[in-house]
Design a binder for this molecule. Sequence first.
Ligand code: LIP
Length: 277
Amino acid sequence: TDQDLDHCFDFAMKLTVESAKIIREAIEGGKNIETKAGDWDLVTQYDKRVEEVLITGLAEEFPNHKFIGEETVSSANYLPALTDAPTWIIDPIDGTTNFVHAFPHTCISIALTVKSQLEIGIVYNPVLEQMFTARRGRGAYLNGKSIKSSSISELKSSLICIEASYATIEEIRDIVLGRLEAFVSVAHGIRTMGSAALTLCYVAMGAAEVYHSDNLMPWDVAAGALIIREAGGDIIDTSGGDFDLMKPRVLAIGNRKIAPELVKLVHLADKKTHRKR
Ligand code: LIP
């Protein structure tokens, strides 16, 4: 019910703020850094600790709820399917590489789905004290103030955010650089912030028009997807089709009008890349 969701939201907010103290206190200090999928995929003891605090706290309060957490999934090497049960999708530290370098774009990202639908999204950057929140049907907020996404409908007036680090992965380098080249040639500017969750929130608040990345995971985007939609923007699949939370290939946009030009640009860039190969 609505009241249940109110309680879920309040509880998760409080727990997020509390566990974010770990990030704020640790960001300037030394960390134990391990790699996961590759040199670009880092994890520290703090990712694991924050996830443990979040899941323990939520599981105690909501014993019937399920969890999909980045570090739990990584260590089990198994991504569970999303079911109709209330499910918390958690990234304890999104932007781990930023965190490792004390680059202040790092956050906790928490979403709740019920019947496979996003109901709650919370993205909190404890370094810059930015708390982005959304409830389905109730708008999106930054530190309690309503936010709206950009109404710019042309790429030539857009700030486009991408994930440049994926160019270090050999198998997808050409595709990533091909798309980057296409974006550079049309946009006002390109930004690459190193946290998918926060970048989605920047599109939600109208600070950027577009965010694009394939190769993301559900916890990178779950909360941000709801926040952007509640702010008046949208998130679609890179092909132009429907966004799939469990296999996220992301075009996040301030508004729907910009989608056709964007989808076409990516498509043409990929075609050019394949021709070169
Ligand atoms: C990271 C993302 C980043 C993406 C990385 C990674 P993590 O999350 O936010 O934008 O490029 O693949 O998923 O691993 O720092 O939580």
